[in-house]
Design a protein around this ligand. Structure first.
Ligand SMILES: Cc1cc2nc3c(=O)[nH]c(=O)nc-3n(C[C@H](O)[C@H](O)[C@H](O)COP(=O)(O)OP(=O)(O)OC[C@H]3O[C@@H](n4cnc5c(N)ncnc54)[C@H](O)[C@@H]3O)c2cc1C
Length: 423
């Protein structure tokens, strides 16, 4: 006689987060810090450590973190480890139109802040967050596993505990009153939940690499619009040498393929020329990587027992360096609403709780997505009127210190009602 098949083992948590990128791991850290029992599921097999992140050459993927994101990471206690590994503050920003005479400069002094932000390798941020959650007593990590299915509760039968089940690809099942998709722009969990996205193919790819320039960057981030396509030189200081930059050139897929196919010396010459030699000659230190750019916005962020955060909810053109900053704000606001309900003994995965998160985040994210689309149209146009308008606009705005201060407050993340963890 065959033995009855063993029932799958179900592990119970107060929240399960799928996706151990910067946003999912930050959310995990926030919930665990408040005392909740959290599971973090990540498809990659080993979490990156601070030792690995401290490589001699900077990793190709970097982000410009705003002072508001810095406050969140400080609140979590991970900022000092990031500082010790490698971060580069920037106090100035220059943006210009290579087709005309429009030029605008921002400075921390004008904005009345210490820094405009920090350029940080994603690996450094993630490693610091990992070091916080991996041994945390409230966190159970599932690395090297993916999700097979999302099983929704029969809400009548399960009114008491509430919650949904996640089936992992190794057969284990996780149950929680709140399941969060933080699994990135191509979120399979979002798809399993049946949430649709509005997509806007930008017809651009981002080419990313690390370079060393002849002149020091001076703690200034630079962005030139060449034929409407933004080329950013983001400052990096490596072992005290402030001539390194991370490059992000958002351009047509054909041009991106050409750039990635050229030799390092030819690419260096092209980059130096495109930047108008503002940092002298350019030596390419790494392979050039290419990322297709698509703006996406989920039609809803929440369902009963379910929420989306970070790129799973919205992905944005990198020209203003806002993507992960928006995602970290999602994590901070969702954690604030959920922890508040949990501490009161209210159902933290209920749609009424989660809707508060959606209301607080959706408008900010939508406004930023719309702004990026507007920039792309304005700078992508060869229409003489628009070219003149943007040149006059930039140069005119450069004289308007109060207006620039207001813009800087927006760009540094000081918008709307910030969660307590970011104040
Ligand atoms: C070229 C470029 C430059 C950028 N520059 C900036 C910048 O300067 N500033 C800024 O703020 N943003 C920037 N961004 C955006 C930023 O990189 C993203 O917004 C950010 O990485 C999103 O983080 P996330 O944690 O939401 O998603 P991700 O980083 O995509 O993480 C998702 C995680 O989920 C895991 N995963 C996926 N599927 C599964 C599954 N089925 N099961 C388990 N785990 C899964 C993945 O392995 C991954 O670890 C840039 C983006 C690009 C392309």
């Amino acid at each position: 006689m065959n033995a009855a098949p063993e029932a799958p083992r179900v592990e119970q948590f107060e929240a399960v987060i799928v996706g151990g990128g910067m946003v999912g791991t930050a959310l995990c850290a926030l919930l665990a810090q408040a005392g909740m029992r959290v599971a973090l599921v990540e498809a990659l097999s080993t979490p990156i450590s601070l030792k690995q992140a401290a490589s001699a050459l900077p990793a190709p993927r970097v982000s410009a973190l705003t002072p508001v994101s810095q406050r969140l990471l400080t609140h979590l206690g991970v900022w000092p480890a990031m500082q010790q590994t490698r971060i580069t503050p920037y106090r100035g920003m220059q943006v210009w139109d290579a087709e005309g005479s429009g030029d605008i400069a921002f400075s921390a002094d004008e904005a009345g802040v210490l820094v405009l932000g920090h350029i940080v390798e994603n690996a450094v941020t993630l490693a610091a967050l990992n070091s916080h959650v991996v041994d945390h007593p409230n966190v159970t990590t599932f690395f090297g596993v993916s999700i097979e299915a999302l099983q929704r509760a029969n809400q009548k039968a399960d009114k008491q505990t509430g919650g949904d089940w996640l089936v992992l690809d190794d057969g284990r099942q996780l149950h929680a009153p709140l399941i969060v998709a933080a699994d990135g722009a191509h979120s399979s969990l979002r798809e399993m939940a049946g949430i649709e996205v509005a997509s806007d193919a930008m017809q651009q790819d981002a080419v990313v690499t690390t370079v060393q320039c002849a002149k020091p960057h001076g703690g200034t981030a630079r962005q030139a619009f060449i034929d409407g396509r933004p080329l950013a030189f983001l400052p990096l200081t490596v072992a005290g040498d402030d001539r390194y930059c991370s490059i992000v050139w958002s351009t047509t897929p054909e041009h991106a393929a050409e750039l990635c196919g050229s030799s390092r010396s030819a690419l260096g010459d092209t980059l130096a020329q495109a930047l108008g030699y503002r940092l002298g000659s350019v030596t390419v230190c790494d392979q050039a990587h290419r990322f297709p750019l698509v703006q996406r916005h989920a039609r809803q962020y929440v369902q009963e027992h379910f929420a989306l955060v970070g790129d799973a909810a919205h992905s944005i053109h990198p020209l203003a360096g806002q993507g992960v900053n928006l995602g970290l704000m999602d994590a901070a606001v969702l954690a604030e609403e959920v922890v508040h309900a949990w501490q009161r003994g209210a159902p933290w995965g209920a749609i009424s709780t989660l809707k508060r998160y959606e209301r607080r985040r959706r408008f900010d994210n939508a406004a930023m997505l719309a702004l990026m689309k507007g920039f792309k149209v304005l700078f992508g146009s060869h229409h003489p009127v628009l070219t003149l308008a943007r040149n006059l606009g930039m140069s005119g705005m450069n004289q308007q210190v109060p207006l620039k201060r207001m813009l800087m407050r927006q760009a540094t993340g000081e918008r709307g009602r910030l969660p307590l963890s970011c104040r």
